[in-house]
Ligand binder design. Sequence first.
Ligand code: GLA
Length: 388
Amino acid sequence: MSTPLQQRALASYFGAFDSAPQVLVQAPGRVNLIGEHTDYNDGFVLPCAIDFHTVIAIGPRTDGRVRVVAADFGHALDDFALGDTIAHAGPRSAWADYVRGAVQMGLREGLPLRGANLAIAGDVPQGAGLSSSAALEVAVLQALKSLLGTTAPAPARMAQLAQAAENDFVGCRCGIMDQMISACGQAGHALLIDCRSLQTQAAPLPDDLAVMIVHSRVRRGLVDSAYNERRRQCEQAARVLGVSHLRDATLAQLLAAHGQLDDTVFRRARHIITENARTLAAHQALTRGDLPEMGRLMAASHASMRDDFEITVPAIDALVALMQQAIGADGGARMTGGGFGGCCVGLLREDQAERVAAAIESGYRSPDGEPPHVWITRAVDGAGPLSL
Ligand code: GLA
């Protein structure tokens, strides 16, 4: 039984190409439970893939061209030639560059692509910090792989190619968390990802546990410049501490170097070092089902993002405080994702979800007076083919 989203991708394919696709694939968005801005420091993250997807219907062409239709953008079309260097689509169709970038990286990886038709539909909320762009990049690579019937690239390699598309083609210096969880997610589990080795370890998210995502409706301004500034500050701290990445530094080393770092850079590094430790502890707490400890770690993570990394905003701090109060000791809440707006994540007992959602819906308004959007989601599998 196909979902309405899958039917939308199929209908868009029939409409644009007047034929049936060969394969249907999907890749999910994500929410991060803990481990923020640690990925580009070669550290640890603990996200899960969520039940929002990008779906792609794909069929072959043999003329060296790729034609793409985007169901979510008024069935907008893109059309480009395969080659060593694929041209950019430009700012008027920003979505198209994620597709072109992923195709480019697939070709460089040696995928024997001779052309393709793609129809894309998604329900990952855009601009909410739930990784709609990573879902799109990974879905494109999964689509090419399924069309060609190859087993390579393996999921973690697909994530690297998707990240390369975003870093080198689209021009956004993100880490690898979003692409890794979209490619490698496991239903019913969060994944501890070592962003250096790309090894993963699952931790169960049992059915009686709810993962709550709350969209603050705070517009995410200046995200790219603030993100890149944080990256530079982390790199600067690593240089002073004499390590390649902050993953390799200890708190004792940082404290010993206090005098050599300006206060802002010191605090940025303290967030990363303590956040890595919290993420490892959270993986253990989740594995033994210790919700109070998860709550303490999530609260400490939020405080560190607010005070040391300075990526929260007052409305987000207020929303997290409200969530923490409503959830109580059996679970926790924090901002999730890159920062400066977007979503907060809560972990709580399923039987408390309705009450907590009601408290948040009545108690929170964005600075523009908008109500929050609350989703109760579940952890799903990473990218893969669907039956047609
Ligand atoms: C964004 C980036 C990720 C990661 C997070 C912060 O989502 O795409 O790579 O750095 O911010 O944890």
